[in-house]
Ligand binder design. Structure first.
Ligand SMILES: [Zn+2]
Ligand SMILES: [Zn+2]
Length: 307
């Protein structure tokens, strides 16, 4: 029985097909908005919250990950877009994309399917709600902003650690197979990397739910989708004049992460540029030049002082 409604909307239905349930919810639950009606229909139709949450997470992951990769795959095939390709000399071949697709699908089914199926009981124990209506949009906007900042911090430090000796050699090296990334390569990684970096995406919302006692599963689902889109886009290999970082200077985007794949060192953060800026780990020849001139100026200043 679903916890979305106090009373089931299926009792009156002889034919509980998805279409009929959707029709019934849209007719009877007029106080809900469009997204809430769809959400409620899904849980009412499934009549099993564990399966409903598990399938929802799995499908959202597959649909939004591959759905977001598809436009990048098409753009790679259209020469018009080459002028915005960051590493112009490298266009991924069909073989590379196919190998990457197979590896990512394998990882999704082998690694990510288990946490997805155990997620609803965890949500229940933490008091993560699946009920309708959803919390106010302003509450969810604040949660998404907070999760972006916390994930970025986690990603910076975990990723920096992954570039250290054995962690790089045995785990992170797989993700660096492509020196010029493409969308699909976002989740091309060793299972240990998928788990540890994934912890930054899911772990903070869990901690937030534990500490505050109020988080809605819809808010969490949208956050995961936003993070998926961010990860795919940062691996796209394209920097357009309309790319977000041109309007929001602290947003990392593809230009930031492409340099990481190209030079192997620096630009460890995921969504924002501030960690690499503060800790002087920006990648690329320009950042290196700036770093050297800063160090030279500092040394000269020190030499003058001691004269
Ligand atoms: Zn790396
Ligand atoms: Zn990467």
């Amino acid at each position: 029985m679903t916890e979305v409604f106090n009373q089931t909307v299926l009792e009156v239905l002889e034919d509980p097909s998805l279409i009929k349930v959707v029709e019934n919810v849209f007719k009877s639950q007029t106080q809900l908005n469009f997204a809430e009606k769809l959400w409620a229909s899904w849980y009412a139709y499934m009549q099993n919250d564990i399966l409903a949450t598990g399938l929802l997470f799995f499908l959202a992951h597959e649909v939004f990950y591959f759905g977001r990769c598809l436009p990048w795959f098409i753009i790679d095939k259209i020469p018009y877009f080459r002028k915005w390709k960051i590493q112009q000399s490298y266009i991924p071949t069909n073989k590379e994309q196919w190998e990457c697709l197979k590896a990512v699908l394998k990882s999704h089914f082998l690694v990510e399917v288990f946490p997805i199926w155990t997620f609803h009981p965890l949500c229940k124990s933490l008091g993560i709600s699946v009920a309708v209506p959803f919390p106010p949009l302003t509450t969810m906007l604040k949660e998404w902003a907070l999760f972006f900042v916390l994930e970025d911090m986690w990603h910076y430090w975990a990723h920096r650690l992954f570039h250290y000796g054995p962690f790089y050699k045995y785990v992170h090296k797989q993700h660096h197979k492509y020196a010029a990334p493409f969308g699909l390569a976002a989740e091309y990684a060793h299972p240990l990397e998928v788990i540890s970096l994934g912890a930054g995406t899911v772990g903070f919302p869990i901690l937030y739910a534990y500490l505050t006692g109020h988080l809605h599963l819809f808010s969490l689902t949208i956050w995961i989708i936003l993070r998926l889109v961010q990860a795919v886009d940062s691996h796209s290999g394209y920097d357009f004049p309309w790319s977000l970082h041109n309007f929001v200077p602290f947003w990392a985007g593809a230009e930031h992460h492409d340099l990481h794949h190209h030079y192997f060192i620096g630009n460890y953060a995921s969504s924002f540029r501030f960690w690499d800026y503060w800790l002087d780990t920006e990648a690329g020849p320009e950042a290196k030049k700036e770093r050297e001139s800063r160090r030279r100026a500092k040394a000269e200043k020190l030499a003058k002082k001691t004269q």
